[in-house]
Design a protein around this ligand. Structure first.
Ligand SMILES: [Zn+2]
Length: 326
């Protein structure tokens, strides 16, 4: 009996600021009915249910990095479906949340960009397990009081956080992918990518019997990502149009900083080509507004230099990976 692997884009907007007509960054990979979510941007729990996905089948969430546009609706993804996370034998297995560990140091910035107030100075740059602990602490009222008025599964079985440690690398030397998860059906590997001061930031590769899907996260052109994505069926890659931003008031040091965070639309096609990807699916658009740049323009410009298929991703887009008959 054969199963399937299906990719669903839940949201495709870039940057934290909400825009009309596009949800924040999030995607789901459904493997034989098991659901894995990559990033939980704005609106992802609603998009999850709109896509017809089943919260009782949500097994794990993978966070590329801890900027708010990637984690803002993680609390909702965990807490809204809490009540259905129960089976005949008690609570379902905890939702596993994988993401970056705490960085070793917290950068201070420079003259052009720096913070004035350091929030929570005793732990100014928490990692994924810290984040999960803080979500549970912040929602303790709900978690401790709601079970007194409604039958709820044990809150202690709701979620487990897992930090992905990135070994220190040597500049100019390729870094081997980190094995994050492997149960014999789904194998997840990750590499550190380059997203300004967001260190560590990760890209993920999912391998199943049907093929592979790679999620770039937010990054500049990165050789380790290209190595991770070798031969992938689908590369879901974020994209920015730095020229558009320059024409709309982002200039000087601010534009340079944006170039240190993102892959420009003129570069993403060659990334997909070097990776030998089958299909490049664009997501996490910057600018995020759907009417800023048409899907045709995004796909046409991004596809230059890429011999595979380039698709402008949109919220709700689905792709089924073909399984070779066995
Ligand atoms: Zn982002």
């Amino acid at each position: 009996m054969s199963g399937t692997t299906e990719l669903v884009l839940l949201g495709t907007a870039g940057a934290p600021m909400p825009v009309a007509g596009r949800a924040g960054i999030s995607a789901a990979l459904v493997v034989d009915g098991r659901v894995f979510v990559i990033d939980c941007g704005r609106g992802s729990p609603s998009a999850f249910i709109d896509a017809g996905l089943d919260f009782t089948r949500l097994e794990a969430v993978f966070l590329t990095h801890l900027h708010a546009d990637h984690i803002g609706d993680l609390p909702g993804m965990l807490l809204y479906p809490w009540g259905v996370r129960v089976g005949d034998n008690g609570p379902l297995a905890p939702i596993r949340v994988y993401g970056p560990s705490r960085p070793d140091t917290v950068p201070t910035g420079d003259a052009a960009f720096h913070r004035e107030t350091t929030i929570h100075p005793e732990r100014p740059a928490p990692g994924t397990t810290d984040l999960i602990g803080s979500i549970l602490a912040g929602y303790a009222y709900h978690l401790n009081v709601m079970p007194l008025d409604a039958r709820m599964p044990d809150a202690g079985a709701l979620v487990r956080g897992f930090d992905i440690a990135v070994p220190a690398g040597t500049a100019g030397t390729p870094r081997a992918p980190i094995l994050v998860f492997d149960d014999g059906v789904v194998r997840v590997t990750a590499v550190a990518v380059t997203h300004g001061h967001a260190v560590p930031a990760l890209a993920y590769r999912f391998d199943t019997a049907d093929g592979s899907v790679v999620f770039s996260g937010d990054t500049t052109v990165n050789d380790d990502l290209i190595a991770l994505a070798q031969g992938t069926a689908i590369l879901v890659h974020h994209v920015a149009d730095l020229g558009y931003l320059a024409r709309h008031g982002i200039t000087g040091a601010a534009l340079e900083r944006m170039a240190g965070l993102h892959t420009d639309v003129t570069d993403v096609g060659s990334v997909a080509e070097r990776a030998g990807a089958g299909e490049l699916i664009l997501s996490h658009y910057l600018p995020a507004e759907p009417d800023a740049i048409t899907e045709v323009e995004w796909a046409t410009r991004a596809g230059e230099g890429f011999s595979g298929t380039t698709t402008a991703g949109r919220d709700g887009l689905r792709r089924t990976l073909g399984r070779a008959s066995s």
